[in-house]
Design a protein around this ligand. Sequence first.
Ligand code: PNS
Length: 160
Amino acid sequence: MKVIFPGSFDPVTRGHLNIIVRASALFDEVVVAVLVNQEKRQLFSTPEKIEMLNELLYDYHNVTVKEFSGLLVDFVQNEKANAVVRGIRTAADFDYERQLSLLNHSLYSGMEEIFLLTDAHYAHVSSSFAREVASFGGDVSGLVTENVARRLRAKFNKTS
Ligand code: PNS
């Protein structure tokens, strides 16, 4: 079974990694799909996001990292994937994911979503928290891996 794990990954967190590693054990093939055409301003460029993901996922041979733009349902069909995987940390995530899922199904009824509960250890972890803590020079080691923490520090040192 081939699944897509889509997201903004600005930057990839320990929570994302937890879901990707578990998906890699469950499914034959996992495509981590980095969204590019966002209106939201991003801290990292798409090539930087992909590089960080590739550094982390080097040892997972059934995981590939790709970028996508446009609708997720179109990417899923182009990739001939069976389903989309999303991580759920909280009840708020569940409500959001449910709406996203209903919308995606209204666009393409052939798409399935598989929700994995993020390990409790990562329930508070998000890319936006990692960016915010790093912007104030705080310790992000619980939120992101060392390669990502280094790049976050470099971003804020450069712009400050
Ligand atoms: O990491 P995120 O920001 O929670 O990921 C959201 C993502 C990328 C899964 C979602 O925004 C998405 O699928 N965007 C692609 C455009 C699309 O298909 N829009 C319709 C559903 S929101």
